[in-house]
Design a protein around this ligand. Structure first.
Ligand code: PHE
Length: 380
């Protein structure tokens, strides 16, 4: 992990140095695309996955001859899962490296930090997987190739009342995460509007290790189910401690649960719980099947997760817009991205609406016998 990260940083530093000298000699025979991702730190699997998907797309595009007669050059910055770093990363990519567009981030809080800088510089930014509604509201240069939490929150509310038959739900929110706060709010609005009751609402800070206080209070309130809109590492610890306290109500959450690490950390404490996410690798479309095969071949047999699929699609949508506009000039490129319609991505058909969000289906996964099992699809 450390080794490959160092390699990556070294190669992007080399690419930056190379392109700088190259510019001086009047070059510019590559199209520079920036990417920022959490390659290290607390949410390293998010950034690693989205980066691998993005890289695969760029390599495939280059192997097919590039775009507009030029090869694509991906410049990747590791934001280390740290607040403050996304701003540094995109400032560098824009001002120093001269990228024409930016891909990233997975986590909403980090996309929200970088988006105003991209907007101000009129550099199109495409987030693969940030679902918080505010992200694309930053401005007309900010896009996403995934659904928003307005949709995901509503789907989870229907799931709680319809599938889990829950009348009373407890909510446990990560107050350090814009994603968690937003999804909790969207869920609560829909669930209560449908007659559901919120038994208790508790908070934690992402990265905490002891959740027994909150879980004891939830247990005393005896909810039918527990809604946990968090990220995989915190979710796994919370599910372990819930099991230790004898909580048997199902725990469910959103796309932030998706990581193989959820299972390796949470083990059998994860069984019987559910989450919604963007796609399933076995969803049976030719685009997904082709992607999964190429990804496995490129990354030593590893099975891709949703972030990898969406990272791949974010790069393809950008390249498609470049081809349609015939230029990488900012205004034309921005317009072409905005006009993305029925693009056949690996995750599904991508059409961007007037809010620059993708309207896409969502899938529900149940955790059973230590594995993710696809259970249902919800269409927009
Ligand atoms: N949707 C999450 C966010 O906005 C990020 C995420 C996407 C996490 C996909 C896992 C899978 O922060």
């Amino acid at each position: 992990m450390k080794f490959s990260t160092r390699l990556l940083i070294a190669s992007s530093a080399f690419a930056a140095a190379f392109s700088l000298t190259h510019c001086k000699s009047g070059g510019g025979d590559t199209i520079k695309i920036g990417e920022f991702a959490s390659l290290t730190g607390k949410e390293a699997t998010f950034g690693t996955s989205s980066h691998e998907g993005t890289l695969l797309a760029i390599e495939e595009l280059n192997a097919a001859g590039g775009v507009l007669g030029k090869k694509l050059e991906l410049l990747t910055e590791d934001d280390q899962t740290k607040a403050g770093e996304p701003a540094n990363a995109v400032n560098k990519l824009i001002s120093k490296d001269g990228v024409v567009a930016i891909l990233g981030e997975v986590a909403s809080s980090r996309s929200l930090e970088a988006a105003p800088i991209c907007q101000q510089n009129k550099i199109p930014m495409i987030s693969p997987a940030s679902t918080n509604p505010s992200v694309t509201k930053v401005g007309d240069h900010i896009f996403r190739v995934c659904f928003t939490d307005t949709f995901q929150g509503a789907a989870l509310a229907n799931f709680a009342s319809g599938t889990l038959k829950a009348k009373k739900v407890a909510i446990l929110t990560d107050v350090k995460s814009d994603y968690s706060k937003g999804l909790a709010k969207n869920f609560k609005e829909k669930f209560t509007a449908g007659g559901g009751q919120i038994g208790s609402e508790l908070d934690f800070n992402g990265g905490d290790k002891d959740f027994k206080g909150q879980l004891t209070s939830i247990k005393d309130n005896a909810p039918d189910a527990i809604f946990l809109p968090g990220y995989y590492n915190d979710v796994a610890l919370i599910c372990i401690q819930a099991k230790q306290l004898g909580i048997t109500a199902p725990i469910f959450g959103g796309d932030g649960w998706e990581s193989e690490s959820l299972l390796t950390i949470g083990k059998d404490a994860m069984n019987g719980n559910y989450f919604s996410t963007h796609c399933a690798v076995d969803q049976g479309t030719p685009e997904m099947a082709k992607f999964v095969e190429a990804y496995k071949k490129r990354f030593n047999g590893k099975t891709p997760d949703a972030m990898a699929v969406l990272g791949y699609d974010s790069a393809l949508v950008l390249a498609d817009a470049m081809k349609r506009s015939g230029t990488t000039e900012s205004a034309a490129l921005r317009k072409a991205v905005a006009e993305t319609k029925d693009f056949a991505g690996a995750s599904g058909k991508i059409t961007l609406n007037e809010d620059r969000d993708a309207l896409k289906a969502l899938v529900f996964i149940k955790i059973e016998n230590g594995a993710f099992k696809y259970t249902a699809t919800v269409n927009p």
